[in-house]
Design a protein around this ligand. Structure first.
Ligand code: CMP
Length: 139
């Protein structure tokens, strides 16, 4: 059975460009409910831990540098089939390949500054939700 939670991060480009309101509205209009949300400044260690799976990739250093370049907005989102539906809503990782009308197609500029993160599996959604919202008693 598919889970009903996913974790997104509105990345520094979304916050710096004043797109957070429009993106949150887009997410709500698509039927997601916001279960938790906060605005935070990541530090290098925390961003590195979040993206630990990419530590050996050529883009890791740039990715972490970008993610700490300004505030971000992590959110836990709730909806049936949340992981797959949210990935469809945001479009491909590379905005140049993102389908028309998707969030990355509308707001992202590059594969690095791609405006939003979306969990890629139910297992990672839970891990990532706990990563940012360890104070929540139940998910
Ligand atoms: P995200 O969904 O947050 O998960 C990993 C991130 O790594 C991804 O979004 C991109 O922003 C980033 N990424 C993936 N591939 C590249 C790349 N080739 N160059 C720079 N950043 C990348």
């Amino acid at each position: 059975m598919n889970g009903n939670l996913t974790l997104t991060i509105l990345k520094p480009d979304a916050v710096a460009n004043g797109h957070t309101g429009k993106i949150i509205d887009h997410i709500l209009q698509a039927g997601f409910r916001i279960k938790a949300m906060k605005l935070i400044q990541l530090d290098e260690r925390t961003a590195g831990m979040f993206y630990d799976i990419h530590r050996e990739r050529s883009f890791f250093k740039e990715l972490v540098g970008f993610m700490i370049s300004g505030p971000v907005v992590p959110m836990i989102l709730e909806k049936e089939n949340a992981v797959a539906d949210f990935r469809e809503l945001i479009g491909a990782t590379d905005p140049a390949k993102a389908a028309p009308g998707t969030i990355r197609n509308l707001y992202a500029r590059s594969i690095e500054a791609n405006t939003v993160h979306g969990s890629d599996s139910d297992e990672n959604a839970l891990r990532e939700a706990h990563f940012f919202f360890s104070d929540l008693e139940t998910l």
